[in-house]
Structure formats: structure tokens, C-alpha cells
Design a protein around this ligand. Structure first.
Ligand code: SF4
Ligand code: SF4
Length: 121
């Protein structure tokens, strides 16, 4: 038996034929991301003092700061574990030197987990 489409559905659906789609065309079109979106972390090695506050406060053990210089002449690098990071921004809030900033880069997915360990210096 042929089912009838209720009139209410037709009344709601029909006008949408002439409207723009509510969805976006990503990845075929770029996404508009707010400037304050919490995406990829950036690291300013010059500003970092190696205090480890970010590491201590990270709830996901997603960040390491290590000294790649000497005991007398310290130089730091950051290792981000993107597969652990929950993009909460706590490390940014905890950093006393503004050495960590969240960018609005969200294109971080990878099929290879090794690519999700990112070093910045
Ligand atoms: S954003 Fe959150 S989860 Fe990611 S490294 Fe910073 S504190 Fe850790
Ligand atoms: S909290 Fe800031 S200054 Fe301290 S180790 Fe982390 S990035 Fe460096």
C-alpha cells in the first residue's frame, strides 16, 4: 500500500528547496574558525623558562618541556602529544610567560599516530 506523506512535512520541507544548505562544504571549502577557537598549541621557546607548570597542570599528560641545552645555558623544547591533548587550554592559562598559545588550526588528524607527537623548539 502506498504511504501518504503528511502535509506538515511537505509544508516544512518544501521551502528548504530554495534555501542555502545549513551544512558547510568542508573539506572542499575552508571552514570559518573563530580566532579564539582552541586548536593546535604554539610554543615560544624564547619565552619559556622551563618551569614545568604546563606539564604539572595538564590533565592529559599531553605536553612535555625538556631542556635541550646545558645545565648552565638552558634551552627548551616542547613535545605535544596531540593524541592525548583535549584542547582544554589549561597549559596556556598556567604558563607564566605566555609561551603557549592555542591557534585556530584544527587540521591535525592523521592515520599514523607517530605524526601526533609534535616537537617544537
Ligand atoms: S590543552 Fe589541555 S590537554 Fe592539551 S596540552 Fe594543554 S593542558 Fe594538556
Ligand atoms: S609553563 Fe610556560 S614557561 Fe613554564 S615550562 Fe611550560 S611553556 Fe615553559
Amino acid at each position: 500500500m502506498k504511504k501518504k506523506i503528511p502535509g506538515a512535512i511537505i509544508k516544512t520541507a518544501f521551502p528548504t528547496i530554495f534555501q542555502k544548505p545549513a551544512t558547510v562544504g568542508y573539506p572542499f571549502e575552508p571552514l570559518k574558525i573563530d580566532d579564539d577557537y582552541r586548536g593546535e598549541l604554539t610554543y615560544d621557546a624564547e619565552a619559556c623558562i622551563g618551569c614545568s607548570m604546563c606539564m604539572r597542570d595538564c590533565p592529559a599528560n599531553a605536553i612535555e618541556i625538556i631542556n635541550i641545552g646545558t645545565k648552565e645555558d638552558k634551552k627548551f623544547k616542547a613535545i605535544f602529544h596531540l593524541d592525548h591533548c583535549i584542547y582544554c587550554g589549561q597549559c596556556v592559562d598556567s604558563c607564566p610567560k605566555d609561551a603557549l598559545v592555542m591557534s585556530n588550526n584544527i587540521e591535525l588528524a592523521s592515520l599514523d599516530r607517530n605524526n601526533l607527537k609534535v616537537e617544537r623548539e
